[in-house]
Write a protein that binds this ligand. Structure first.
Ligand code: C2E
Ligand code: CA
Ligand code: CA
Length: 730
């Protein structure tokens, strides 16, 4: 699509790209965060499960140590609080002691060392693993043995005279218990110094630890090795709190195992979440793309004209600015052709909007073929088109294009059964190397187009700087005219109208005059069109009518003719204003003829008829002015009920050229007279003309021959005074 301005396309693509990137980033961040959260949570659960299991293992290990010690203690109680023991030990029966204590140390699951001592800690018997030993218990056990002695020995009558605890021995670590040998009831009839004590020791060696591990199901329970540091350990301390050794186990890490178990599932779930997001993203970005496309379409619609399919005014300005920037960059020139159709409104009014629309489409299609694809073509107004292009030699290309466009309009357009002839006026402006902005370029081309219109239509005009001065001058003129109208500085002069037979003065035509302050007189041919195009004509026309009616009040025998511009009909209250002028100036409407040209009647036949009817109700007469100068035909005269026809001076002056013109004039006047419409001839400058016109059937004559437009005083002077200067009665 060449015609969609590149700037619009560019910004749309950029926007889409950045939106997609940020969505992708957000999507990736969400997935990463979710993954981190889930993995962290699982890690915590695993850690917690591990810790829980370790705590349980710790409790079990501690418990197993207590059991180990407790078992020894219970065995000791059985052997020490025993009636037989109390009898035989205190009786000094060494055999009994060896049989029942010493020899029990062999292959016992309960104790491996048995010692009997007196209260001064003299050894009476010491056996280990079924054989007597010679070491001293004081050397063999650590210092906490003395504490056991103290505890058990000094126990009061209510306390149990026993004590136990772990201890270091020469062989390793052992649970050691010490108890007073007594009757089962606890009674003992022996003084303190003579009392005997039984010591059992049960060594906790590697094999026992393995057995504990088996019994209590603690994986890998063992003593710590050299320098082994671990949190999973239980200390074994003696009664003094001295560290004897540590038991450690293998952490089962059930959390880790569970974690390992669920990990594949978690990864699976994460992958699914990722996939879901990806799908969401893809469908989301599809929607986004569609929205963007819709937006671009809407933009395109806002930039284009629905009827012709070309760019519209907005689109054209955007595209033109792009083109000018391009020209500035590449150093090429930009040309702008501004086209305004001539006669399009008339076709539209005459044949209706349907035909008008088809005509516009036809023109658009034709122009498109003429300008090709490298130029911008737009419909910038109802019947206005613009063409812009870049070229290294715009003068030649523009000349060539103008010729082809004007040639294209030479042929009439066939629309269904109708044939329409229209033309176009072209204004051309250039922006050398893009130095003139798009806006200024349009202004210049429009100005040139306006000149082409004013200087005859159907032609191309190049912008010249003087045009600005002329426009400026016209603007000044308009301002001054407005002021002159407000200050009532305009003057009205009167041109005599004569009876064609008697050459007597029977009426006057009021004509407006403007003596522009500081400049001198301005021709009505200049200021009347300005007043018409600016709307000042309403005030101006009523002013002239008012002044003329006031003036003829003192000329009761004279008729009055006043010119009316088509523009004045656009005011719906025009007839009312005219009526009020008549009543204010006490003018008899039948004395007044309003002169108007055919332009308005061609354009708006229905409205013109209605407006004329209103005026005629006032009693005023209507004349068709400048007959023969335009397209007016005798048919109009009857159709609109004109009361008089005025032959244009161009037709009158043609009389000098020969018989053909005389024939034409005679035929025209005869036709009008056959419709009972009287004819006035204007622009009569010679007696020959006057005679020919009278012979042709004109009943009233007007022209320099009888008098130029003059002041009211001058009319006063010739009234009733017979012939004005220059004319001799026939
Ligand atoms: P128009 O209505 O056709 O007025 C007649 C014009 O012909 C006048 O020019 C007049 O001076 C000129 N003329 C009269 N006799 C002769 C002659 O023998 N030979 C030649 N060559 N010209 C003659 P003027 O006053 O310059 O007015 C020009 C036009 O301005 C008028 O043409 C009329 O259309 C318009 N105009 C003047 N005053 C008014 C006005 O008050 N209202 C409106 N709406 N238009 C006016
Ligand atoms: Ca006139
Ligand atoms: Ca005239």
């Amino acid at each position: 699509m060449r015609l969609l301005p590149s700037r619009i396309r560019r910004s749309a693509t950029l926007g889409r790209r950045s939106a997609v990137t940020s969505m992708l980033l957000a999507f990736a961040m969400v997935v990463v965060l979710v993954t981190i959260f889930i993995l962290t949570a699982l890690d915590r659960i695993a850690e917690y499960a591990n810790r829980l299991d370790d705590a349980r293992s710790r409790e079990t290990t501690t418990g197993s140590l207590h059991m180990f010690e407790g078992q020894l203690h219970a065995t000791l109680t059985d052997y020490a609080a025993w009636d037989d023991a109390a009898r035989y030990v205190y009786a000094g029966d060494q055999d009994w002691i060896v049989d029942n204590y010493g020899e029990m140390t062999v292959n016992s699951d309960l104790f491996d060392t048995a010692i009997v001592m007196d209260s001064r800690q003299n050894v009476l018997m010491a056996y280990q693993d079924g054989v007597p030993v010679s070491w001293s218990p004081r050397d063999y056990f650590d210092a906490s043995l003395a504490t056991l002695f103290d505890k058990a020995g000094s126990a009061g009558p209510d306390a149990v005279p026993e004590a136990a605890g772990f201890m270091r021995t020469k062989r390793g670590i052992a649970a050691v218990g010490l108890a007073l040998i007594r009757q089962k009831s606890g009674a003992l009839d022996v003084p303190r110094p003579d009392r005997r004590f039984l010591i059992f020791a049960h060594h906790l060696d590697e094999a026992k630890v393995r057995k504990l591990a088996q019994t209590y199901v603690i994986d890998g329970l063992r003593f710590t090795g050299e320098g082994e540091v671990t949190a999973n350990a239980v200390d074994i301390r003696n009664l003094h709190g001295k560290l004897l050794g540590r038991l450690v186990w293998n952490s089962r890490l059930p959390g880790n195992m569970g974690y390992a178990e669920v990990r594949p599932l978690v990864y699976c779930a994460l992958a699914m979440v990722g996939l879901f997001f990806l799908l969401l993203f893809v469908s989301g970005s599809n929607t986004l793309n569609r929205l963007k496309a819709d937006e671009a379409a809407a933009r395109h619609l806002a930039m284009s004209d629905r009827l012709s399919g070309l760019l519209n005014r907005t689109g054209f300005f955007v595209a033109l600015e792009d083109l000018v920037s391009e020209g500035r960059r590449s150093g090429s020139d930009v040309a702008l052709l501004y086209l305004d159709l001539d006669g399009f409104k008339e076709v539209n009014d005459a044949y209706g909007h349907g035909t008008g629309d088809k005509l516009i489409r036809g023109v658009a299609a034709g122009l498109k073929t003429l300008v090709g694809n490298d130029a911008i073509l737009a419909r910038v107004g109802g019947d206005e088109f613009a063409i812009a292009f870049l070229s290294a030699e715009i003068a030649r290309v523009a000349d060539d294009l103008n010729d082809r466009i004007l040639g294209f309009f030479d042929e009439p357009f066939v629309i269904g059964e109708r044939v329409a002839t229209i033309g176009t006026s072209i204004g051309v402006a250039a922006s050398p190397r893009g130095k003139v902005s798009g806006e200024e370029l349009v202004r210049r081309a429009d100005m040139a187009m306006y000149h082409a219109k004013e200087t005859g239509r159907g032609r191309a005009e190049y912008y010249r700087p003087e045009m600005d001065a002329e426009r400026e001058e016209r603007n000044m003129l308009e301002i001054d005219l407005r002021i002159a109208i407000e200050r009532r500085e305009l003057a009205v002069v009167f041109q005599p109208v004569m009876d064609a037979r008697s050459f007597r003065l029977i009426g006057v035509e009021a004509l407006c005059r403007w003596n522009r302050a500081g400049y001198g007189p301005v021709s009505p041919d200049i200021f009347i069109p300005i007043a018409e195009s600016t709307g000042l004509i309403d005030q101006l026309g009523l002013f002239v009518l008012h002044r003329a009616c006031e003036t003829i009040a003192s000329w009761p025998e004279l008729k009055l003719a006043v010119n009316i511009s088509p523009g004045q009909f656009r005011d719906p209250a025009f007839a009312v204003h005219v009526g009020s002028v008549f009543s204010k100036t006490k003018t008899e409407p039948g004395r007044v003829t309003l002169e108007m040209t055919e332009g308005y009647f061609i354009q708006n036949a229905e409205r013109a008829r209605a407006a004329l009817a209103k005026l005629k109700q006032l009693g005023v007469k209507i004349a068709l002015d400048d007959f023969g100068a335009g397209f007016s035909s005798v048919g109009y005269l009857r159709q609109f009920g004109f009361d008089r026809m005025k032959i244009d001076k161009s037709l009158v002056h043609a009389l000098d050229e020969g018989a053909r013109a005389v024939d034409l004039l005679q035929a025209t006047v005869a036709l009008a007279r056959s419709l009972d419409i009287p004819v006035t001839a204007e622009g009569v400058e010679t007696e020959e003309q006057a005679i020919a016109l009278r012979l042709s059937g004109c009943d009233e004559l007007q022209g320099y021959l009888f008098g130029r437009p003059m002041s009211a005083e001058e009319i006063d002077a010739i009234r009733g005074g017979g012939m004005p200067c220059g004319a001799s009665a026939a």
